[in-house]
Design a protein around this ligand. Structure first.
Ligand SMILES: Cc1cc2nc3c(=O)[nH]c(=O)nc-3n(C[C@H](O)[C@H](O)[C@H](O)COP(=O)(O)OP(=O)(O)OC[C@H]3O[C@@H](n4cnc5c(N)ncnc54)[C@H](O)[C@@H]3O)c2cc1C
Ligand SMILES: NC(=O)c1ccc[n+]([C@@H]2O[C@H](COP(=O)([O-])OP(=O)(O)OC[C@H]3O[C@@H](n4cnc5c(N)ncnc54)[C@H](OP(=O)(O)O)[C@@H]3O)[C@@H](O)[C@H]2O)c1
Length: 277
């Protein structure tokens, strides 16, 4: 028979051993390159939906190995969610991809970032442009009531190489549309404001091509029934992808007359890197 340990001893074993440690509560693998996970949230952590924090594990040298991660959960959620790449030889994600519920990760509680509502001037329609794991900050903002208070229309585009890489975002949007608690939080009819526009570039799917090309040739506007393209008076945008993607979308938005904003200088669009390199 298994010997029962006194509660105090069990609690001591469970006590955090890492600095700024949080406990993993859920892990879901989406593809061999993508997974998402949830961790406990420090009671004192305040952040704005769309911001990122530094998270990581202890390295082999005993020092924290930290990387920037967008918080994929909204500011009101009692846990924190992350959506992660698995880089096979990546210092952090070669290890992080093996975490299990009950494990601890390090989370430095200093959220920052530019993909926040405060960095945009008021508008009528907001565009979230993501590639790959750049979807993460929008997973937060799509569950943020202010998104629906501030805008009549919320367009989320997500471009990935393959169909399976869209699945985290697709399921999340499906869940948002059906969630009664969210409907209560965000107001009836909020889900009708979401327009989801997924595209793939290297595998057959209903809409193929880079979003940049589909914007330039007008396909996006034709598909969504938008007259006159993106307008500086009404449209706002947040962008999160690779450096090349961010660069190309910025040029397109500037071509439509939008200017880049920041926390200290709100304007018509904001940009953040989904990764460095
Ligand atoms: C502001 C910011 C927010 C970020 N948010 C996220 C996030 O929410 N989810 C996430 O998975 N990563 C995110 N990253 C990237 C993250 O910080 C790490 O780079 C990633 O976890 C890989 O760490 P690593 O140590 O395994 O490899 P690294 O040495 O950091 O990266 C190795 C190489 O892998 C590639 N790579 C790294 N990250 C990605 C990625 N996300 N997608 C595609 N290729 C990548 C790059 O070519 C990079 O040079 C963010 C980066 C920044 C700057
Ligand atoms: N995804 C994979 O299956 C895979 C497998 C092994 C290794 N990797 C490596 O992992 C790294 C990241 O791969 P990733 O697929 O996550 O990210 P990524 O290379 O940034 O591509 C993600 C999506 O964004 C598109 N894209 C890239 N640059 C763009 C631009 N300037 N304008 C518009 N769209 C753009 C890509 O289209 P395109 O397809 O047209 O580029 C793809 O659909 C790369 O270094 C890659 O070599 C990826």
């Amino acid at each position: 028979m298994t010997e029962m340990r006194p509660v105090t001893e069990a609690a001591a074993i469970k006590a955090p051993t890492l600095p700024d440690s949080q406990t993993v509560t859920q892990v879901k693998h989406w593809t061999d390159r993508l997974f998402s996970f949830r961790v406990t949230r420090p009671a004192s952590l305040r952040f704005r939906s769309g911001e990122f924090v530094m998270i990581g594990l202890l390295g082999d040298n005993g020092k924290p190995l930290l990387r920037a991660y967008s918080i994929a959960s909204p500011a009101w959620d009692e846990e924190l969610e992350f959506y992660s790449i698995k880089v096979q030889d990546g210092p952090l994600t070669s290890k992080l991809q093996h975490i299990q519920p009950g494990d601890e990760i390090i989370l430095r509680p200093k959220p920052v970032g530019t993909l926040v509502h405060d960095a945009l001037l008021p508008g009528k329609r907001i565009w979230f442009f993501a590639t790959g794991t750049g979807f993460a900050p929008f997973a937060s903002l799509l569950r943020e009531p202010q998104t629906y208070e501030d805008y009549d229309e919320v367009i989320i585009t997500h471009t990935c190489r393959e169909v399976a890489e869209l699945e985290y975002g697709r399921q999340l949007i499906e869940e948002i549309r059906q969630d009664e608690l969210l409907a209560e939080l965000m107001g009836e009819g909020f889900a009708d404001k979401i327009r989801y526009y997924p595209t793939t570039t290297r595998e057959e799917s209903p809409r193929m091509g880079r979003i940049t090309e589909l914007l330039k040739d007008g396909t996006v506007f034709a598909d969504l029934g938008i007259d006159g393209g993106i307008k500086a008076e009404t449209d706002r945008a947040m962008v999160c992808g690779s450096l090349a993607f961010n660069h190309d979308i910025k040029a397109i938005l500037e071509g439509f007359g939008l200017t880049e904003g920041a926390n200290s200088d709100p304007r018509e669009f904001v940009i953040e890197k989904a990764f460095v390199g």
